[in-house]
Design a protein around this ligand. Structure first.
Ligand code: ASP
Length: 587
């Protein structure tokens, strides 16, 4: 037996026991007569003591141990005189009687501590060392617990976990597929699943009724902090349900996770906001509800007074940042710069100071009387002491810019606390999205999403108006999951394919198997998928999903530890009948 206890286990009540521990040398402190070692494993840290007086030979040996050596130590548990109440084992230490080096270690390239000196690139290259750091270790443990709770809850609700294939045909989620060449049928390719969407629908046709899977999905997209080329979904589907059944079931899952993982109890139902309302009030379909500062449409009020920027705009909207009327010129200039950034794209920012004494100060005084400005303050429910920030322009872009500005002000005012969770459902998304470039409609969600029955008649006459039976779970401004009630009759499916510009042949070649299956009694069904990485990151208080994935890819989609993507041998290429085109004589 290598060990009797872990390094996180021993307490004052264990005093006097002879124990054997195994672990990594976190650090060695040499205090002349005594040498202390912090021994670390997955469970925690235990202090070992070696005394020059009682066992000089052993003490010498301990002094020679380098960082990250793997050792086995036997000794007696004793009460510490200098207690460390910050760690659970801090009241005891092990008076070492014997030590065995199980393995030496090269000097690690960065310190294995939460506050490390290693940069991201270096830590990714040595991810197995990075994962020894307590903060990352805790994230991985939290991820495990979250997955376990998901399974527990869904099992209790009658869901069964079914695996679906990884080598499939293109899926309908709208990103680029990763493809895998077939050796047995050279020139042919599998696609890796962007999601198990079609399979879970087939499982409903098969009668499985309530399905889930914690499953890897692959999307070849441009990467951001919250995106990875491979990521994990909690993928779910249910039969004989309407939208409300799905929302209630998975609100239950969300509440269960928050209770079990964070000890947070949600007693009220999650608010539900229509997509239209979310866009109008927050300028986004993933509003951060931890704070108010809602967007107010002031188009009608400000137009027609001779101020060109407003008069020529399709939409004028504003937000009101409480307690910011004292902002300096430099601060308001910063905000103007912020909204003019290319990613945000506003033409400019109009700033009105609604001072604590009730007076209004702005550059608009030339165009608006004092009464008019006071009226404007009332219209947007501004309270004295606030800074009112106004953007004008094209409706969609201005709302998006106001949304970003609102988040920026939320950050500046400390209103986006990572330990506050504000979930909501956004419902009634538009079914279709017009693409100016290709001049056609795309399914906003995917082509199996059902239109709202009352909007079906509009499908051909006013497609942009059709609302979908689709919903997203949003928490703190992050889209945690989304799904829809599906189309289950072939007539509606055919009609939608038509509106989406699929010819019958295209629809059959891409989704023929599903269309066929629907001929054999498809039950009404619907489902949802949650981004598991994002959810865990939110629970862990991490900004980036990379911090909750054991072996993530970097921003360019590389795994720099195993060094991939990488070339394959000529023999492999030959077997696959693949020839690499050279780009500008470069490899
Ligand atoms: N397959 C969808 C997605 O991955 C979710 C769903 O409709 O269930 O976004």
């Amino acid at each position: 037996m290598y060990r009797t206890h872990t390094c996180g286990e021993l307490r004052l009540s264990d005093t006097g026991k002879r124990v054997t521990l195994c672990g990594w040398v976190q650090r060695t402190r040499d205090l002349g007569g005594m040498t202390f070692i912090d021994l670390r494993d997955r469970y925690g840290i235990t202090q070992l003591v070696f005394s020059m007086e009682t066992n000089p030979e052993l003490c010498e040996k301990a002094r020679e141990l380098g960082r990250e050596y793997v050792v086995q130590v036997t000794g007696m548990v004793r009460e510490r005189s200098n207690k460390n109440f910050r760690i659970p084992t801090g009241e005891i230490e092990i008076e070492a009687e014997g030590i065995k080096v199980l393995n030496s270690s090269e000097l690690p390239p960065f310190t294995i501590e939460d506050d490390t000196d290693g940069g991201e690139e270096l830590r990714m290259k040595f991810r197995y060392l990075d994962l020894r750091r307590p903060c990352l270790r805790d994230n991985i443990l939290l991820r495990h617990r979250a997955a376990r709770e998901v399974r527990k809850y869904l099992d209790s609700q009658g869901f069964i976990e079914i695996e679906t294939p990884m080598l499939i045909k293109s899926t309908p989620e709208g990103a680029r597929d990763f493809v895998v060449p077939s050796r047995l049928q050279p020139g042919m390719f599998y696609a890796l699943p962007q999601s198990p969407q079609t399979f879970k629908q087939l499982l409903m046709v098969a009668g499985f009724d309530k399905y889930f899977q914690i499953v890897r999905c692959f999307r070849d997209e441009d990467l951001r902090a919250d995106r990875q080329p491979e990521f994990t979904q909690i993928d779910c589907e249910m039969s004989f349900v309407e939208q409300n059944d799905v929302l209630e079931t998975f609100e239950g899952l969300a509440k269960h996770l928050f209770r079990e993982i964070k000890g947070v109890e949600f007693t009220e139902p999650f608010p539900r906001l229509s997509w239209k309302e979310a866009m109008e009030r927050f300028g986004t379909d993933k509003p951060d509800m931890r704070f108010g500062m809602e967007i107010k449409d002031i188009t009608c009020i400000v137009k027609g007074k001779g101020f060109g920027m407003f008069d020529n705009a399709e939409y004028v909207g504003g937000i009101c940042a409480e307690g910011c009327s004292e902002y300096s010129r430099r601060q308001t200039d910063e905000l103007t710069e912020f909204v003019k950034r290319p990613q945000i794209g506003a033409q400019g920012l109009v700033v009105i100071k609604y001072n604590s004494d009730g007076t209004v100060k702005s550059s608009l005084e030339k165009f608006y009387s004092n009464e008019e400005l006071q009226g404007l303050m009332r219209h947007i429910n501004a309270t004295p002491g606030s800074l009112v920030l106004i953007i004008a322009g094209n409706r969609e872009k201005t709302l998006a810019a106001l949304s970003e500005l609102r988040l920026e002000m939320g950050n500046r005012l400390g209103l986006r606390k990572s330990d506050t969770f504000c979930p909501l459902w956004v419902v009634d998304f538009p079914l279709l999205e017009w693409d100016e470039e290709t001049k056609r409609f795309y399914a906003r969600h995917h082509p199996f999403t059902s239109p709202k029955p009352e909007d079906i008649d509009l499908l051909e006459s006013a497609p942009a108006e059709v609302r979908a039976n689709a919903y997203d779970l949003v928490i703190n401004g992050i889209e945690i999951g989304g799904g829809s009630i599906r189309i289950h009759d072939s007539a509606t499916q055919k009609l939608l394919f038509k509106v989406l510009g699929f010819t019958e042949e295209e629809a059959v070649s891409q989704f023929g198997f599903l269309i066929n299956a629907f001929r054999y009694g498809a039950p009404p069904h619907g489902g949802i998928a949650f981004g598991f990485d994002r959810w865990v990151a939110l629970l862990a208080g991490e900004e980036s999903i990379r911090d909750v994935i054991a072996f993530p890819k970097n921003n360019s989609g590389r795994d720099i530890m195993i060094d991939t993507p990488s070339p394959i041998s000529q023999q492999q290429l030959d077997e696959l009948l693949i020839e690499i085109k050279r780009r500008n004589s470069q490899y």
